[in-house]
Design a protein around this ligand. Structure first.
Ligand SMILES: [Fe+2]
Ligand SMILES: [Fe+2]
Length: 308
């Protein structure tokens, strides 16, 4: 990455996907949404972008009904892309997932119904995958045992800090019905993470992009890759729509973390700059850049700069 301003390149880049909701067989989700094709579109867009994240974090609701063949399809879809990009995969449980199959199908381990909490070291950045699912229900919770475990994990800071990756975001939603399905006992989680090296919470579940703060920690919710919830719908109940899919890119700088939402789709480019233009701009001094690129009275056109 070329430094054209104040900030050097980020120390880490993570891709944040959520709510793939794959189904078994050739069925369509709700008879209307091909969640597998939508995941392929999102992964293809990430791969074509040239961004090479160190990890792709999937914050839950991976398989709509927790079916074995849905998990197998997920792996066979995501793993080749991750391998080509040289990136790791972080799977996180959601309320639609089933612990036993999640563990046996995605981790090649004996399945169990224990919480699927795991710790990843991404080149010094710690990602803690927290299982907020409650077997048999769609709301979220964390047991005392999980909170004790998290306290123990966070007792030792990581070199570049920690991101918590969890399905149920600890924030309110304007979609009123989602309150029933929110994370319970959020005050307990706040006690555990306050004062630790947790620098951000990555979450899903809402199916729309949202940002907030919890216990002093920024929270970023990625939209879904399968279908999104239109929060502009009237009445404000729950309106799942076949558009607005997305994922997010997480750029981790020394002092800041930037979460950028990516809209998935094949859109016509109506404005842009060539790589030649960027190379010419990069070769200029900072003062010269301001004059030719920032000044409203600059006499240099893009073509002029490309021809230099
Ligand atoms: Fe979901
Ligand atoms: Fe969910």
């Amino acid at each position: 990455m070329i430094q054209l301003g104040l900030h050097p390149a980020p120390a880490h880049v993570i891709a944040h996907f959520s709510d793939t909701h794959l189904v078994g067989g050739d069925r369509a989700l709700f008879g209307a949404v091909n969640s597998h094709d939508n995941l392929l579109l999102a992964l293809g867009q990430l791969e074509r972008s040239g961004t090479r994240p160190e990890a792709i974090v999937f914050t839950g609701d991976l398989a709509d009904l927790g079916e074995v063949d849905a998990y197998r399809r997920l792996r066979s879809t995501v793993e080749p892309v991750a391998e080509r990009m040289g990136t790791r995969i972080v799977w996180v449980m959601g309320n639609h997932d089933e612990r036993f199959r999640f563990q046996s199908e995605l981790f090649d381990q004996d399945g169990s119904n224990d919480p699927q909490d795991r710790v990843y070291d991404i080149n010094g950045l710690r990602i803690v995958a927290l299982d907020t699912s409650v077997p048999g229900y769609h709301h979220g919770d964390l047991s005392d045992g999980q909170l004790d475990w998290l306290t123990h994990v966070l007792a030792e800071p990581a070199p570049d800090g920690t991101l918590l990756a969890m399905h149920h975001p600890p924030i309110p939603s304007p979609v009123e019905v989602m309150a029933i399905l929110e994370l319970q006992r959020q005050d307990r989680l706040a006690e555990v993470i306050r004062g630790t090296d947790v620098r951000g919470v990555l979450a899903g579940h809402l199916h729309y992009s949202a940002h907030s703060i919890f216990a002093g920690v920024p929270v970023s919710v990625a939209s879904a890759t399968c279908y999104s919830i239109d929060i502009s719908a009237t009445p404000k109940t729950f309106s799942g729509v076949g558009g607005g899919h997305g994922f997010a890119l997480v750029h981790v700088y020394e002092e800041q973390i930037v979460h950028s939402a990516v809209a998935v789709g094949d859109f016509e480019q109506v404005s842009g700059f060539s790589e030649t233009f960027l190379a010419k701009i990069a070769a200029m001094s900072p003062a010269e850049r301001l004059e030719v690129f920032s000044s409203k009275t600059s006499s240099c056109s893009v073509e002029d700069i490309e021809r230099r």
